[in-house]
Design a binder for this molecule. Structure first.
Ligand SMILES: O=P(O)(O)OC[C@H]1O[C@H](OP(=O)(O)OP(=O)(O)O)[C@H](O)[C@@H]1O
Ligand code: HPA
Length: 176
């Protein structure tokens, strides 16, 4: 059990299980994008740790860039997506991979897909370490999913509760 601010979380996905799955995802992307020179776009803040690890297993030339959006306060979605930092990479005719730590309601991914399609890419695929199928409110195509998880709040491995817990190397689940 760990405490993050006022909440208690229990161990949920271990470091070794994460490492194994991230390696598998990196290998799958390497196979699918060989010769395509993809642009990988990480979604800050949450995806920083996942993308750092995933990118080491992508064994082909690829550009890495970031976009920063935010929609959560504490453990609930505000229902609005704020763009904090835009994209500085030309995506015209490029093969784009969007990398998220989690797709929960799907709201953030819907916004991201809209912004990215405006830039006329050759293709767009989505990568997420975690997905809560029961929480999904917006239909989004998910191409590479690490783990499907129940609709319970999680922290660690980039995911935060009210700004804290991102630096924990495993994933923890809210106890209640
Ligand atoms: O599917 P959704 O319900 O939109 O939830 C997923 C989004 O929520 C988190 O970001 P958050 O807004 O907390 O910002 P952060 O990445 O800076 O923590 C996460 O990183 C996703 O971007
Ligand atoms: O379960 C979650 N944990 C942390 N951040 C999140 N953003 C959406 N869902 C979550």
């Amino acid at each position: 059990m760990i405490q993050v601010k006022d909440k208690t979380f229990k161990s949920y996905i271990t470091q070794s299980a994460i490492e194994k799955r991230v390696m598998e995802m990196g290998k799958a992307i390497t196979n699918d994008y060989d010769g395509k020179n993809p642009v990988i776009i990480g979604v800050l803040n949450g995806a920083y740790m996942f993308l750092a690890d995933l990118s080491k297993f992508i064994g082909i030339p690829a550009e890495v860039s970031f976009i920063k959006i935010s929609s959560y306060q504490g453990e609930t979605s505000t229902g609005k997506v704020k763009k904090m930092l835009g994209l500085d990479t030309d995506l015209q005719d490029r093969h784009v991979l969007i990398v998220e730590d989690i797709v929960d309601t799907g709201l953030s991914m819907v916004h991201l897909l809209g912004q990215i399609y405006e830039k006329n890419p050759a293709s767009v695929k989505t990568v997420t370490l975690l997905h809560k199928p029961e929480a999904l409110q917006h239909k989004v195509p998910l191409d590479y999913v690490g783990f499907e998880i129940p609709n319970k709040f999680v922290v660690g491995y980039g995911l935060d509760y009210d700004g804290y817990g991102r630096n924990i190397s495993e994933i923890y689940q809210l106890t209640t």
